[in-house]
Structures are given as structure tokens and as C-alpha cells.
Write a protein that binds this ligand. Sequence first.
Ligand code: ATP
Ligand code: MG
Length: 429
Amino acid sequence: MIKAIKGFNDILPDQSAKWLHLESILADVLGRYGYEHIRLPIVEQTDLFARAIGGATDIVEKEMYSFTDKSEPPTPLALRPEGTAGAVRAVIEHNLLRGDTPKLWYIGPMFRYERPQKGRYRQFHQLGVESFGSALADADAELIAMTHLMWQELGLKDEMHLQLNSLGELDERHAYREALVTYLTDKQEQLDDDSKRRLTTNPLRILDSKEASTQAVLADAPKLADFLGAESVAHFEQVQAYLTDLGISFEINPHLVRGLDYYNKTVFEWVTDKLGSQATVCAGGRYDGLIGQLKSIGSDSSKPVKSEPAVGFAMGLERLLLLMEAVAPIADVPACDVFVVAHPDVYGAGIGYAQRLRYSRPDVRVKMASATSLKAQMKKADKSGAALTVIIAQQELDDQTISIKDMQTGEQQTVAQDWLSSKEHFSRH
Ligand code: ATP
Ligand code: MG
């Protein structure tokens, strides 16, 4: 038989109820901050990701699912590995920045060809949030404050630790990059293989190497913080001051660099110690140059293209759910509250009753099984997790009553047909 592709997971009903629960909490907090929902395509031109994320990043070098469709000439396309590139494309394409500073969020699957393991999949899901048009530190702080409230609402506030760093501006980072490469080139022999390779492709990524030998070499390396200009420093200090005002604690991690090239100034990660090496649940930062960079593609390169500041983050929903399960198992959500069982001879009356109940009690989830024997239907009612089962047979029909079974206590009683229209008799907990 044909099976699902490795790293592409089915989310079955017992899990999907938890997903809906998580997504509704996240959407609620986003709404409380005035952020608007945007729905974006899953496929974009490969070039969009290559240009935005950077050609020397792991994502573009190794992890993208790309292909061509049947168009002529063939255009390389890719399943999106992340959401920011597409969101920025949409904002530029639809001129959303004209006279406005959009605050947007999206949720959905992302695709990366990685080695599947706990908390790391080939199709995974992110909530992404992008705040456009403000260069000021309050925009960075607002995003962090919003995630902080999300952790609170999800019962995770004690599990999440905030790490911050500033990458400064491009020229500052370039100067630092040169100094780092000079320092590390002399000590190449002590670096792990991955870091040796990165020395020419993406040297800043060496900073977050997990190898002890490499970390030892880095102890005396030049510090990025020493290369930041006054404006970058002031911006970073302002972000920290706002967070302190908001009572949000953080740790400065000078080696936090992120695996995407578009970031500048603030970068941050929310990490947990409960998920092993898949410790980062949410990550983001500022990307003031990306809009200009993408706008300039295909335009006359002699004219400088104006960028617009932006800051955003993405959180991995699988990791968030794993963490929620690790902290406190999420209760199974039964699919219904009331199960209606009707004898096959009077099944039509059963359907009619269930339908009237759904109209009169929109708050109650009413489920039925097909018109097999009463016993078979009762078995399904037992399994359903319903709090009450309504039983309708010839006797009930003749007396214009219904029988009600409390599924917890097993007690059964016969009551008037409209018994359940009163919330006093039954309400969802
Ligand atoms: P990591 O270092 O764990 O590979 P990343 O730096 O590649 O993460 P981002 O691109 O910043 O991650 O994505 C933001 C978040 O999306 C991550 O913090 C994580 O929670 C989640 N994420 C990223 N890749 C995966 C994956 N393959 N499977 C599940 N979740 C993922
Ligand atoms: Mg990764």
C-alpha cells in the first residue's frame, strides 16, 4: 500500500482537536493586538526564497523542495520553507504599505528537507507574524510582548526563556564578518567540518555551532557587539528598556545569529529546556532591508530602491504542542456532548429530534450513529465521550417522551421531549 512521505505527518482527529484549541488561542491573542490575518500561497518562485533567505543558508542550500511545473519556459518553483518571503512579496505586490503599516499574521504548512526526528519534520506548521513600516524599537518589543502573552494563555510562561541579540546593520556585520574570518582562519584546524565549510560561505553561523571544540575557539573571537554603530546600540538598548518596563525578562546571547540572511538589528528566540535539541519554539527579528532588496529585483539597478522597515517572528506549532504535552497533558476533547440513539423502526423520529435539538441548542454538539440495532448504537454512544445519550424507541414515541442516560453515572430517566431545550437541564462545561 502507498504510505505518506517520510517527514510528512497525518494529524489525526485526537490530535487535530488540540491543534484547533492551540490555533484558537493564538488567533485570539493576535486579534487582541489588532493584527490581521493573511492567507498566502504555499508555492512561490524558488528565486524568491533564494534572494530573501540567502543562497548560502541551510534552507536554500539543502532544504528546499523545488520543482518546475508545466509552464513554458519552465520556472523553478518551491514549496515554501518559511513565510516571511511570501508575506513580503504579497505586501509589495499589493502595495499594502502605501499609507499604512500593516500588522499581519498567517498560519500553515512549511516544507524543509531535513532529517525527521522529534520536533523536526519535512512538513511542519508555523504561525508567522510580520509588522511592517516601523523602524522603532517599540515594534520589536510589541511582538515579543505578544508572544509573552501567548505563553501565558497557553500555560507555558514558566517554560519559555527569551534570548536576544543585535546583528547591527549590514555594513557593521560585514566589518565583523571580516574580523571573525581573519581570527578563525588562523585557527581553522580546531574547527569542526561544518564550521570550516561555513568559514567561506556563512561565517556568522559558526557562532551557533554546537561543537565544543568550535565553541572553545570562539571564546576569544572578536565580539559582534563591539562592531555595532551608535544607532544599532541605541535601538537595541531601547528594545531592552521596553521589555524591562513590561516585566519581560531576557538573556543576551551574543552568539544568536539565526539561519536566515535577511535579519538586521534585533534577533530573538524563545527557547525551552524540555524539547532536547529542538529547543527553539519561536524565533524572529528585524529585517529592514528585505523589502528594498526584493523590490529591486528586475528593476533598473542604477536607481536605489527604498526599503521599508519590518520585524517579525515565526513559531513552530508542532514544538509548541509537544511542549504543552510535556508540561501538562492536554485533555482529549470529545467530539460531541449529546448522542442520540433511535430504534431502527423509529429512526426517522430520532433524526427529527436531533435536528430540532441542533436548531434550538446551537451550543450543544449532537451526534448520531447509523440506523443499526439499539445495542450497536449504544456502543457507539459509550465510545463517543458524550455526557448524555438520548434514547428514542416506540415507547418514547407513543408517550411523547425521550429517555436520557447520564453517561457518567449510568442513570436513566424518562422526561418530556423538550427537556434538553432548557440550559438548566444540560449545559456544556
Ligand atoms: P532550527 O535551528 O531548530 O532548525 P530554524 O532556525 O531553522 O530552527 P526558523 O527557520 O527560524 O527555524 O523557524 C522558526 C521556528 O519554526 C523554529 O523555531 C521551530 O520552532 C520551527 N521549525 C523550523 N524548522 C522546523 C522543522 N523542520 N520541523 C518542525 N519545526 C520547525
Ligand atoms: Mg533549521
